[in-house]
Structures are given as structure tokens and as C-alpha cells.
Ligand binder design. Structure first.
Ligand code: NAD
Length: 337
């Protein structure tokens, strides 16, 4: 029986790369029944809500979604898309794999970043502090790290390593300065790591040193786990090591659902021109196929995709070529045999 999956094509280049992805999955024979829903500006246009209840209801039903990039409307009164999704589905683990397809600056990068998605400095608890007559004399942002949140994300990273036959987990922190919040994350990490001793190696890095090690010798890293803010920054750095945002997929796993997406945005500068690289969403769809148990098709799509890129004859502009989204998609499909 076909697996129901919520499809949110998104805004800007979203519909075009979503069409390309759906075509590639269909050509590979993926047994998926798409439930098309809207969000972002398309949600505002249809329901006056960037994250309509119909879309949330669909994900509650399917528990799996593939999401194109969304434009968050500016102005008051609209719900934040990411906050609504994160809260509704408790999407605590953001997973971003990045690996070398075409050797360039680096040859053997193969890193999976696991970022805590619900805590840390991004919880949105902020206020100004009035001193004397100045109502904005200072500003305070609160970072919350909990034992529960730290335990489940570090455990997620180790379980991911085992499930995907990976050897090492690197925990990234700043416990030398933020002794309480980052200290708790590190303490919990060390405790969880002991449970996996002998099965997965464990190492620790301080965030600033990690940023340097990543651009000097990224090949040494395997699975990397860190808190929300550091993960946000490192994931973009890591995608830059392997060719940029056009090839960067991401997944958000929670207790109630999994949502797969391209890391990049709506690319308004190239929307409607049929030149966007659908790669990030295609690779996100491969992660989705892995998740629903169709690893075979995920692997054949990845092989066809990587083959097309290595061949170099049909490439989109961001990868140095001149081909359109449709031509690139056709080339991938042709390689599926
Ligand atoms: P962006 O990622 O949309 O674009 C940055 C640059 O990368 C642009 O030059 C763009 O043309 C290029 N680019 C991005 N994806 C590409 C692709 N698949 N193929 C070829 N080139 C590609 O970032 P931005 O311009 O900062 O943001 C634009 C909009 O996207 C904003 O409204 C932002 O809020 C939204 N956004 C959404 C998400 C999401 O939904 N996950 C993520 C980031 C930004």
C-alpha cells in the first residue's frame, strides 16, 4: 500500500523543485501517495494563514512531510511557521547530512550534523532592560538547556550513528565559558556516551576550535551533535564545504512526525525562471524514503543524482552549468534506467 506523505511545495522556487522531486520519485517507482498542502505565502493566499490547520492536520495524519522552502510573511498577526511546526510535532532533532559529490576544495567530506531544535538560545525568551531613562539600555536573551532535551538529542546522535553504520560522534559545546547551560549539555553527553562505549567513538570539541577544524580537515568528522545556535551556524558552514545550499537537505525528527526539507530558502532572485537546482529537495526526499523504509529506491535516486552531477554535462547554474531545472531532472531520470 502506498505510504501517505504530506507535500508542501512552498513558495518561490518551491513549486518547481517540488515538481522535479515528485517526477524523480515517480520515475524511481516510489510508492508514495502525496497529500498536497499549502503553507507560507501560498497558505496566506488560500487560508490567510502561513501554516493552515489543514496542513497541520495532514501532517498529524501522515506523520511524514516533504516541505519546499517557505516565505514567512512580514507583519504582525501571522504565526511563525517554524515555531508552529516545531511545537505541534515536537521536532527536536534537526539532521543535516553533507557529503562530497564532486571533489573540489575537499575530497572526502561525509558529515551528519545533529542539531538540538527546541532549546538553547532560540527559545525566544528575550527582553530589554530599562536603566535610568533608557528603555533599551540593555537586552537579555535566555538560553535554556534541559537534562531531558540534552539526553534525547545526544542519544539520537548515537542511535543515528549505529543505525547508519557510522563510527564516531563529536559533541560540540562551549562549556569552558557557559559553565551551567553548556556544562549541563556536556555532562549529559559524556554520560550518554558511556552507554555506547565500544560501539561508537566519542570526542568533544569547543565550538570555536570546531569552526576552525571543519575548514582545515573536515574529513575527520562523522556525526556531530550540538545545541541549537551552534548547530544553526555549523550546518551552513558544513554545507559550504560540499558545494553549497543547492545540495543541502535537512530533516526534522520529532516525537509525533518527521519533516524533510531543503535547507535553502525560496530564492526569489531565480523563482519562475526554471533554473533552480532541485538537488537539496531531491536529497531530502531520499532521506524521507529511508525513513519510510524504502532504502533501495533512496539509494538508486542518490546514485542517479550523483552520477548526473559527476558527469557534469547537465548541470544547473549554481553548479557551474547552463541547464534548466527540467533538463537536469530529465538527466537524473534517464540515469534511473
Ligand atoms: P535563499 O536560500 O533563498 O537564497 C540564497 C541564494 O542562494 C540566492 O542567490 C539563491 O538564488 C540561491 N539558491 C538558493 N537555493 C537555490 C537552488 N535550489 N538552486 C540554485 N540557487 C539557489 O536565501 P534568502 O535569499 O536569504 O531567503 C529568501 C527567502 O527564503 C526568505 O523569505 C527567507 O525567509 C526564506 N527562507 C526559507 C527557508 C525555509 O523555508 N526552509 C530557509 C531559508 C530562507
Amino acid at each position: 500500500m502506498a505510504t501517505p506523505v504530506t507535500l508542501i511545495p512552498g513558495d518561490g522556487i518551491g513549486p518547481s523543485i517540488a515538481d522535479a522531486t515528485v517526477r524523480i520519485l515517480a520515475a524511481a517507482g516510489a510508492d508514495v501517495e502525496w497529500d498536497r498542502q499549502v503553507a507560507g505565502m501560498a497558505g496566506v493566499a488560500r487560508w490567510n494563514d502561513p501554516i493552515p490547520d489543514a496542513t497541520l492536520d495532514s501532517i498529524k495524519r501522515t506523520r511524514v512531510a516533504l516541505k519546499g522552502p517557505l516565505e514567512t510573511p512580514v507583519g504582525e498577526g501571522f504565526r511563525s511557521i517554524n515555531v508552529a511546526l516545531r511545537k505541534t510535532f515536537d521536532l527536536y532533532a534537526n539532521v543535516r547530512p553533507a557529503y562530497t559529490i564532486v571533489p573540489g576544495r575537499f575530497d572526502n567530506v561525509d558529515i551528519v550534523l545533529v542539531r538540538e531544535n527546541t532549546e538553547g538560545l532560540y527559545i525566544g525568551v528575550e527582553h530589554y532592560v530599562k536603566i535610568g531613562d533608557d528603555p533599551k539600555a540593555a537586552a537579555e536573551s535566555v538560553a535554556i538547556i534541559t537534562r531531558h532535551g540534552s539526553e534525547r538529542i545526544v542519544r539520537y546522535a548515537f542511535d543515528y550513528a549505529i543505525a547508519h553504520n557510522r563510527k564516531k560522534v563529536t559533541l560540540v559545546h562551549k562549556a569552558n565559558i557557559l559553565k551551567f547551560s553548556q556544562g549541563l549539555f556536556l555532562d549529559v553527553g559524556r554520560m550518554i556516551a558511556r552507554e555506547y562505549e565500544g560501539r561508537v567513538q566519542f570526542e568533544e570539541r569547543i565550538i570555536d576550535a570546531m569552526a576552525m577544524h571543519l575548514v582545515m580537515r573536515p574529513e575527520q568528522f562523522d556525526v556531530v551533535v550540538t545545541t541549537n545556535l551552534f548547530g544553526d551556524i555549523l550546518s551552513d558552514e558544513i554545507s559550504g564545504l560540499v558545494g553549497g545550499l543547492g545540495l543541502a537537505p535537512g530533516a526534522n525528527f520529532g516525537t509525533n512526525a518527521a519533516i524533510f526539507e531543503a535547507v535553502h530558502g525560496t530564492a526569489p532572485d531565480i523563482a519562475g525562471k526554471n533554473v533552480a537546482n532541485p538537488g537539496a529537495l531531491v536529497l531530502a526526499a531520499c532521506m524521507m524514503l529511508d525513513h519510510i523504509g524504502d532504502r533501495g529506491r533512496a539509494t538508486s535516486i542518490r546514485n542517479a543524482f550523483e552520477g548526473t552531477i559527476r558527469d557534469g554535462a547537465v548541470l544547473t547554474r549554481d553548479l557551474g552549468g547552463t541547464s534548466t531545472t527540467d533538463q537536469f531532472t530529465d538527466a537524473v531520470i534517464a540515469r534511473l534506467g
